[in-house]
Write a protein that binds this ligand. Sequence first.
Ligand code: G6P
Length: 478
Amino acid sequence: MRIVIVSNRLPVSITKDKKNNNKFQKSAGGLATSIGAYTEKITELSYTWVGWPGIGTTIKSEQDEITDSLQNIHCYPVFLTEKEMDKFYLGFCNRTIWPLFHYFPTIASFKKEYYNMYKSVNLKFAKALSNIINENEDIIWVHDYHLMLLPSLLRQSYPTLAIGFFLHIPFPAYEVFQLLPSQWRIEIIEGLLGADLIGFHTHEYTDNFLRATLRFAGLENHLGVINNKGRLVKVGTHPISIDYLKFSKTAKSPSVISKTQEIKNQFKNKKILFSVDRLDYTKGILNRLLGFEYFLDKYPAWRESITLIIVVVPSRIGVFHYQQMKKQIDETIGRINGKFSTVEWTPIVYKFGSLDFENLVSFYSASDIMLVTPLRDGMNLVAKEFIASKQEKNGVLILSEMAGSAKELLEALIINPNSIEEIGEAIKKALDMSKEEQSQRIEKMQERISRYNVFRWVSDYLNELNKTTLLQKQMESQ
Ligand code: G6P
């Protein structure tokens, strides 16, 4: 049995170094991190990962060279042209679906040329897959909002192929999904229904999808199973997680312990607030900054005794709303630092870039408070990573109720990210929390995430997929 993982972006993105040689870089974001952790660890797994390699070459010899080098790491590239990237990736994926599914309908663009390109790139993926699929041995696992038409495109050619689909972002409420033009929304639902199992992070997203399927495709479900013209499709909730042990072990390693100490020494006698996200307007970075400003205004005694370290990882800079967000973050940090800084103290330390794994764990481990304040987020793995890295069981997680992970991390200080006051007051509450309470809360969350880790997530999902295909076979043989 081989698993064919399909996602828009491969777990590595190719960039050029100074000498114009290809350089592999780990891709950012929850999808690549979580499934990448699984494929890295399960060495006996037979798999191929199909997706865009992050580079848009149309030169055949270069494509062949990239294809060869990716083969060594189980990856198979689908090359997208600049025009495809513009209208498919920057267009329909990130100017239509991303804002709409994250409840930003007013900035969603509904251009037909974007949707047409979305269809044609999904078809391109189906064609690329036909070069490698073995219908009787492969399990195809399609990921995320870039490829929602792909399951049914594959189904047309492979009636018995096991196909799973997982959505890593929210599936919105019916009224929001309804904003998509009628032909698009029905094609998207039908596209997804080509899979045997459709997975979502939370029960709400699952319910939203089932309701949309009933309203727009007239298909009822029985305990999450839809009978789609004689073919069974299971719809289920599978909250994604992290490689818990990788974080907990790294946090205990000598090099991270010493880096953690270095960070603490650097911010001596100060409480450390930490946050790290991809640059995205959904992440609530501005509200977080304003919440911190509110806190410094309301509790001046804390000035000079607290520092917010904020890391923003560059992302989708080709989309206007991301450029605008970057500018607003830069300006707001500049303004707040200008307002409160003293000769000895800068309230916000800001890095626009990424941290390597050890540094990331060191910052999680050194921080007293972690701020995760998205306005909407499918899951948010950063919150889970912070908890897993807290091996001394100290520290407080402030978490937005709009993140899927808030359904599991119940002992975090849960806030509404639209309220600057709630964020500011949660910082105060976290600072006042006793060590004992911190450790009790962290321990409970650690118990939960260590049990339901990314390995469990993959095996539960694949078991469920297997059960659904067996059920289908039983039904056909009756
Ligand atoms: C989110 C999405 C992923 C995506 C990642 C990074 O986590 O769910 O599908 O890969 O963001 O975004 P990018 O646009 O760089 O692939």
